[in-house]
Design a protein around this ligand. Structure first.
Ligand code: IPE
Ligand code: IPE
Ligand code: MG
Length: 243
């Protein structure tokens, strides 16, 4: 459950729609996959910067349920990139104490990929540092449906609490801040349930260009927001004064 607060503090949980790789590449007359490769580098930097600042949970959108509609060579390029990134990055994440989770429908992925995801999760499960959720073949509607289906299968009552508990991000609090790079101002079927009260931050910065300074700009914008959760500013001021 979210607590009401004037958010001069750091967001506990940041979610990011990492958008703009294709345009980054096109501007350089490079193939789109070159933009995705740079996107992996940007993600590595962002993970480090978030961990250094004390963010507890980082959730990134890497491949949406809808991204299967892209040209076949881009889809296979993205699958290959995920496989390579796992091999290269997991040892570093391990050293940094990061706990990795993959979130999304895995049935559609190859058996080798499913095995690699499970292995990466198992390798980092004992870590006590920042939680990193990588949403891959994820859709917010898929998440709500799979949660409802799980409850129905168990014959469990459907309440906000039971549904929240069956969602794919039940292991972390809801995102405090949702960042989208690349200039679009839409959710694109990301965390529909979990972002009910997240602060939204849109930037024109293309994802491969997103660096620590861009992260700090988002954090500064967040710090200036007043999170009211339905209450009034006066109520928040009174609660603050009461400690
Ligand atoms: C985001 O960048 C990465 C994925 C969706 C996999 P895009 O590939 O959507 O980049 P643009 O929006 O075309 O620039
Ligand atoms: C959202 O980006 C998905 C990811 C960043 C993985 P898209 O580029 O697919 O979003 P739309 O289709 O432009 O809304
Ligand atoms: Mg895009």
């Amino acid at each position: 459950m979210a607590n009401a607060s004037t958010s001069h503090e750091l967001p506990r949980h940041i979610a990011i729609v990492m958008d703009g790789n294709g345009r980054w590449a096109r501007r350089r007359l490079l193939p789109r996959i070159a933009g995705h490769r740079q996107g992996v580098d940007a993600l590595r930097r962002c993970i480090r910067a978030c961990a250094e600042r004390g963010v507890q949970v980082l959730t990134v959108f890497a491949f949406s349920s809808e991204n299967w509609s892209r040209p076949q060579d881009e889809v296979s390029g993205l699958m290959e990139l995920l496989g390579k990134a796992l091999t290269r990055e997991v040892p570093q994440l391990q050293r940094a104490g990061i706990r990795l989770h993959f979130v999304g429908e895995r049935q559609a992925l190859s058996e080798g990929m499913r095995h690699a995801l499970a292995q990466a999760e198992a390798d980092t499960t004992g870590n006590a540092g920042m939680v990193l959720n990588v949403c891959f073949n994820y859709g917010g509607r898929w998440d709500i449906v799979q949660a409802a289906a799980r409850l129905a299968e168990r014959g469990a009552p459907i309440t906000e609490a039971t549904l929240a508990g069956a969602m794919a991000l039940a292991h972390v609090p809801d995102p405090d801040l949702l960042i989208r790079t690349g200039g679009e101002q839409r959710i694109s079927n990301f965390l529909l349930w979990q972002c009910a009260y997240s602060e939204l931050y849109f930037t024109d910065c293309l994802w491969p260009d997103f660096d620590a300074a861009a992260l700090d700009a988002a954090l500064a914008a967040y710090a200036g927001r007043e999170r009211r959760f339905g209450r009034t500013s006066e109520q928040l001021a009174q609660a603050g004064a009461a400690g």
